[in-house]
Ligand binder design. Structure first.
Ligand code: F0G
Length: 456
């Protein structure tokens, strides 16, 4: 059967197609920081897939059934049931988004001087670790950092490196191992079931809890079904159940694979940790049966967990990312391969050869793309990597990427054609781009959100 989207459109939102002269003024006013643009100044917004998805008719109906009781709301139990059925965890705490889940959980688990190994921790995860004067240790496989090398599971952890780390550090200093599925930073890359099993075995051997950062767990399960021998005939839900069976605890940004605009949670296997974290949830988020979420949002989230783990939806979703990736790759544009689950990552270091690294190649490319066609991508490079906390020098990451992140169920393939054409136009004149950007002001941590820049 030929392929087509597994949904149709019931409601639309107008998009303003601006002129280049308008965009030149707006980006200058925004100090060349795309976060400072107003959404109305953007034609196609590929900044993030976080909270930007389109909810379904069933999710909107669930909004009307939300129970806004302070304690023991039926919406809480609906969410609890969805988490138990889809993910297999008995205990959970709602939080207002993913980083809030990290904040609550790490308040219990991470202490000053701790070391936390994992696969390319997401920036808020790393931020919450470093905020507690602990260290995130990257154990991702080396292939992840070469965009031209093919590996079906570039999110995998290097098991030898992890074992070496665990063998040489005292158990008390390592509060957990974190596996981010899919792994956002190197390109929305999946982690194989085999690798998950290997990490689980090591964590068990050394008596260390295993945490999954599960923001895009369903996309990870889809890749396992598509790429890992032995899983092709299992349902997404069966694969998710098996994956989650290896985790002791999970943090979730529901703004991704649960297809809601706001929300998150921590899911626990053990009551003891759940109880300890409950104290911080009440302190930071809200009472344990709503934790920063309204009842209607918990209802929509529960429904989103069911929809987000349907094969047809995931095939449409990941298929659209691949469609955009294929267009760009066919033009010869250097992109992370294989294509990730939620975004296409353009290798800016290979794209803008004449712009020096200290002038922020990926940010320069993102500004060019905005000027070209009003498309907003996002820098995943030197600005995002922040300065070294000790030396205060720029940290040059292994990859300097511009991410084109696809919101779920929002744009059509025609929009993807438009984005690809805009980027090709820049690709054709790439040799004329010889200078980038320079910082005017920046925050000490998570600087990319608020940094102010000028043309170098
Ligand atoms: N973990 C991963 C893997 C993420 O990608 C994100 C957010 C978080 C945790 C934090 O969740 O935003 O709900 O607080 N990623 C977004 C992005 C912001 O654009 O990739 P949050």
């Amino acid at each position: 059967m030929p392929f087509a989207e597994s949904y149709k459109i019931k409601m639309v939102e107008h998009l303003y197609r601006s002129m280049k002269s308008e965009r030149e003024q707006w980006i200058k006013d925004a100090r060349y920081n795309l976060f400072n643009l107003r959404s109305g100044q953007v034609f196609i917004d590929l900044l993030t897939d976080s909270g930007t998805g389109a909810m379904s008719d069933l999710q909107w109906s669930e909004m009307m059934l939300g129970d806004e009781s302070y304690a023991g709301a039926s919406s809480y139990f609906k969410m609890k049931e969805a988490i138990r059925l889809i993910l297999g965890f008995e205990y959970f705490l709602p939080t207002h988004q993913g980083r809030a889940a990290e904040n609550v959980l790490f308040s219990v688990m991470v202490r000053q001087g701790d070391m936390v190994p994992g696969n390319a921790h997401f920036d808020t995860t790393k931020g919450h670790i470093e905020f507690r004067k602990a260290t995130a240790v990257d154990c991702t496989i080396a292939e992840a950092y070469d965009t031209s090398v093919y590996h079906p599971f570039k999110g995998n952890i290097d098991l030898e490196k992890l074992e070496e780390f665990l063998r040489t550090h005292p158990r008390e200093q390592v509060p957990m191992v974190i596996v981010t599925i899919t792994c956002n930073t190197p390109g929305g890359q999946p982690v194989s079931m085999e690798n998950i099993k290997g990490v689980h075995a090591l964590a068990k051997k050394y008596g260390i809890p295993l945490l999954f950062d599960g923001a895009r767990f369903a996309e990870n399960a889809y890749f396992i079904k598509k790429r890992e021998p032995g899983y092709e005939h299992l349902t997404i839900r069966d694969i998710v159940k098996e994956m989650m069976g290896y985790a002791d605890v999970m943090t979730m940004s529901s703004k991704k694979d649960a297809i809601v605009n706001m929300g998150g949670f921590i899911a626990f296997r053990e009551e003891e940790l759940f109880k300890k974290a409950s104290v911080y949830n009440i302190l930071f988020e809200g009472y344990i049966t709503y934790g920063g979420m309204s009842g209607r949002d918990m209802n929509a989230l529960a429904q989103g967990l069911y929809e987000g783990t349907e094969f047809d939806y995931l095939e449409t979703r990941v298929g659209q990312v691949e469609y955009l990736g294929r267009l760009l790759a066919d033009y010869g544009i250097p992109v992370q391969q294989p294509f990730g689950g939620h975004a296409i990552f353009v290798d800016a270091r290979k794209f803008l050869l004449h712009v020096p690294p200290e002038q922020f190649q990926a940010q320069t490319l993102a500004v060019e793309l905005y000027l070209e066609g009003g498309v907003r991508g996002v820098e995943i490079g030197t600005l995002l990597a922040d300065r070294d906390p000790v030396t205060r020098e720029n940290r040059y990451p292994k990859l300097e990427l511009m991410r084109l992140t696809l919101p779920r169920r929002v744009y059509t393939d025609n929009h993807m054609n438009y984005v690809a054409t805009c980027l090709k136009n820049i690709w054709d004149r790439r040799d004329e781009i010889k200078s980038g950007l320079r910082i005017i002001s920046e925050a000490p941590i998570l600087r990319h959100f608020t940094v102010e820049l000028e043309r170098a």
